[in-house]
Design a binder for this molecule. Sequence first.
Ligand SMILES: Cc1cc2nc3c(=O)[nH]c(=O)nc-3n(C[C@H](O)[C@H](O)[C@H](O)COP(=O)(O)OP(=O)(O)OC[C@H]3O[C@@H](n4cnc5c(N)ncnc54)[C@H](O)[C@@H]3O)c2cc1C
Length: 522
Amino acid sequence: MFRDREGMIEQISDPSTIWDMIIIGGGATGLGVAVDAASRGFKTLLLEQSDFAKGTSSRSTKLVHGGVRYLAQGNIGLVTEALKERGILLNNAPHLVRNENFIIPNYSWLSGIFYSIGLSVYDLLAGKRSFGRSRLIPRSEVIRRIPNIRQKNLVSGVLYHDGQFDDARLAVCLALTAMEQGAIPLNYFRVTALTKEKNKINGLIAKDQETGISYTFRSKTVVNATGVFVDEVMVMDEPELRPMVQPSQGIHLVFAKSFLGPHDALMIPKTKDGRVLFAIPWHDRTLVGTTDTPLTAYQLEPRALEEEIKFILDTAAHYLTQIPTRKDVLSVFAGLRPLAAPQGDQQKTKEISRSHKLIVSASGLITITGGKWTTYRKMGEDTVNRAIGVGGFPNRLSVTQTLSLHGYKDSVDWADPLFVYGSDALNIKSMAKGNPAWKEILDSRLPYIGAEVVWATRYEMARTVEDVLARRLRALFLDARAAMDMAPAVANLMAIELKKDENWEKEQVVSFLSVAKNYILF
Ligand SMILES: Cc1cc2nc3c(=O)[nH]c(=O)nc-3n(C[C@H](O)[C@H](O)[C@H](O)COP(=O)(O)OP(=O)(O)OC[C@H]3O[C@@H](n4cnc5c(N)ncnc54)[C@H](O)[C@@H]3O)c2cc1C
């Protein structure tokens, strides 16, 4: 099915339509709500002001995990829930979740014992959805698995299992799943106001960011799933409201694969200042992060701070023998955690709860915030359960625990560069076969071919060069300079598909380069 934007807009612009639910925000949370609502048979519209996963949901550490750190904080409930969701996601989208080995290096006997016990509890909490047993491994095995590990004083390691995924690809997959279930997910539609009748929300106004046309939509329920932006929407409902979100920034640096090793991830449970640091193999690169920096302001395209870059480089240098430097950084990206604002002044952001919160205002606005990518499905289920009460809907049960996501495929060949597409990969390959120009690799530093650009534009709702290079392909996050070099070719392929002229192509390249330069270190 060609995902034709004009056709979708025509479908939604009938003013007599009354939706069961309109969801504001197309990140992990909003998309999870849309899949849950649509699969229960509710008439669902999702509006995203930019692209799907443009916000935090493309900027995570790419872990589907219970959270070893939360276990150390004693948050058993959160960890158990997330481990259950980890297992559900692996079952429903095996093409997007990989079972990964994580190695904790021990530089004292005591920490070996401590983490062995801790990770055994982690395994126990996962129950029948375990990804594999953790175990204490000898020093020699740590070195074999992570050849670049600092060997001085290394005693042993703990090997445990967790999930690893591609966040923006999962978001696209959820948008397509929601659509298959009957929802309409639209990107580049910004919600500007809520409408009310007798003090109850009965819809909203949203502006098509491409045409500038505003539409009024009527709906029985409205869900605010806008991440760090939730306060902006809540204020549309109650102008006097106190902010409930305090953003906390986390950044990642991306290096060549050789800085880690071929397969396994490294986990440093306690850095000098008490944080957790991961170094993870991701699409043939090494992803290192993250930080936890409280911010007072937020933006859609956040930027890494110098002190955060220094923290990651310094910490990596402490644990690796081949030390990564600024010039080795292929990409740097920042994301904002929508943490609930602290109650007391002394609370640190790393201690603020990561569990999700659901709030229903007096006028019926349903706000869902917090949580993690890993728990997006449960957040969707909980939100729709609440919406059933608010909208007076029939009590239909959630089906998402066993709902296969778009592209589901039993056996995954991780060596296939198109594995993230699951069952769609075959179609992309046959498209490439049919047109020799689309078979070409776009840049020798990355595996992407022209057919993927065409596919993203035709079938995955990509509207801009950035949509393709940042979130359909992950070029910007994997090698920002390569992505910049690919931009003209991508613009040209898209222009043909979208019937745009040369000016559009030029503007797209300029606009992409102005974003991409923030992913490069000088
Ligand atoms: C550094 C970092 C690392 C993380 N790592 C992990 C991890 O490894 N594993 C894990 O499980 N979780 C992780 N998380 C948490 C996870 O990424 C977030 O919980 C999740 O992405 C939040 O999704 P969201 O949909 O709530 O927010 P977002 O992804 O920010 O989506 C909100 C969307 O709302 C849109 N929006 C805002 N205002 C409007 C409007 N007026 N109209 C229309 N749309 C609007 C925005 O454009 C945005 O796309 C991490 C978070 C950070 C910051």
